[in-house]
Design a protein around this ligand. Structure first.
Ligand code: FMN
Length: 186
């Protein structure tokens, strides 16, 4: 049986110097040898319009295909107004459609969040986890990677410099890989 794992990661921020994009970059450096972490940029996904479900925009088609091809999903998201950014929700809504073709169906998933505030995006993570129920995804519960005061843990080059944060990201990825392999066997 093919034991290799491909994870698709995406960030809920379009910002060039996004701290959440930095978390994904760190995760890429920390994945085990036989695991590939690819990333997808949500830039260019238009606002969801149900009228277009039968003629999906190219960027959405690409997003759906990349999700389907992946064994697991890793989302790094900011918290906006105590919830997930519209950009992320919009992308999820597209990929969940049309009815009967939810690209996220049955996928293992892990979440990270970085915020300049003291809760590290925890509230956004709980809103996101709520959507996993209807998407029929299989999230891992721990470790919780909520990076508070991200501006003190990520340098001006976008590198996660805080050792404890790097360790938690590494642990999260390892758990996601183990969870993905376990689900595969069942
Ligand atoms: C519209 C908006 C709403 C925000 N709301 C929150 C919030 O509810 N909680 C929080 O911790 N930070 C909030 N922030 C600050 C973000 O933590 C900060 O902008 C962070 O850098 C965003 O992540 P990014 O660097 O990946 O873009 C908000 C920022 C914006 C632009």
């Amino acid at each position: 049986m093919n034991n290799s794992i491909t994870i698709l990661g995406f960030a809920g921020s379009l910002r060039k110097n996004s701290y959440n994009k930095s978390l994904l970059r760190a995760a890429k450096e920390l994945v085990p040898k036989d695991v590939k972490l690819e990333t997808f940029d949500l830039e260019g996904i238009p606002p969801f319009n149900q009228d277009l479900e039968t003629k999906m925009p190219e960027k959405v088609k690409e997003f759906k295909a990349r999700i389907k091809a992946a064994d697991a999903i890793l989302i790094a998201t900011p918290e906006y107004n105590y919830s997930i950014p519209g950009v992320l929700k919009n992308a999820i809504d597209w990929a969940s459609r049309p009815y009967g073709d939810n690209s996220f169906h049955d996928k293992p998933v892990a979440v990270m969040s970085a915020s300049i505030g003291m809760l590290g995006g925890a509230r956004a993570q709980y809103h996101l986890r709520q959507t996993f129920v209807f998407l029929n995804m299989h999230p891992i519960n721990s470790p919780e990677v909520t990076v508070a005061f991200a501006d003190e843990k990520i340098d001006e080059n976008g590198r996660v410099t805080d050792e404890e944060t790097r360790e938690r990201i590494g642990e999260l990825v390892e758990r996601l890989v183990a969870w993905t392999r376990r689900l595969r066997k069942e």
